[in-house]
Design a protein around this ligand. Sequence first.
Ligand code: ADP
Ligand code: ADP
Length: 227
Amino acid sequence: GAFLRIRGVAKTYAAKDGSSVQALTAIDLDIREGEFVTVVGPSGCGKSTLLKILAGLLPRSAGEVTIGGRPLAGPNAALGVVFQAPVLLPWLTILENVLLPAKVQKLDLATARARARDLLAMAELNGFENRYPSELSGGMQQRAGICRALVHDPSILLMDEPFGALDAMTRETMNEELQRIWRERRKTVLLVTHSIPEAIYLADRIVVMAPRPGHIVEVVEVDLPRP
Ligand code: ADP
Ligand code: ADP
């Protein structure tokens, strides 16, 4: 059965002048547990809107979303979310930033701290645990943001252009890491990307969207041999 089930989701934004923008219409999508799905489409087709709705950060105008059979209502401990710009809190160290979701969800801090250190090592940030975000490069901050999204061991990872600001080399390394995490830990992943090669390389399925209003045009199965 579907793990993440999206039915008839629509979004209309109200503008200040009283007009409205229909950003999404009639989105139906089922994502299986452990599946890696990428979302592609031109700017304005509603990719970010869809991810914000699934993250519980934006109310939908219509439709239903369930996670493991339970209706989605607001932010959810099963979700880890990464956006384009990492929003690390400048007054906290990297380790403290990564630990935030664990603190919010009142998880055992000793376990969370051990996990955070593992994730930071994976992201090649060992030695930077006690530094502040301003002491790290943009790419390093983004990697720390990904560690933060994983620290509470969410079963679903939602990512909106997480590597957009990274240079090509770092991007490739992060893609490989992401695939490794996904293979080892069998996360369910929904990744928005502007890069078609990335979408193909990473995904089990590619969701292709088009604008005015944002909708799904096609869902493509990718059947490539995996390393
Ligand atoms: P994408 O991520 O694919 O570029 P978005 O989800 O950002 O698409 O936007 C989809 C549509 O909704 C676009 O027409 C965009 O201008 C509009 N939109 C997005 N956010 C808002 C907002 N907060 N208020 C009004 N319109 C918005
Ligand atoms: P992207 O294409 O990467 O999603 P955008 O530049 O379209 O980014 O949007 C950046 C932010 O501005 C988003 O958070 C979106 O919700 C908001 N936004 C986009 N279009 C509009 C709009 N027409 N009115 C108000 N906010 C908007």
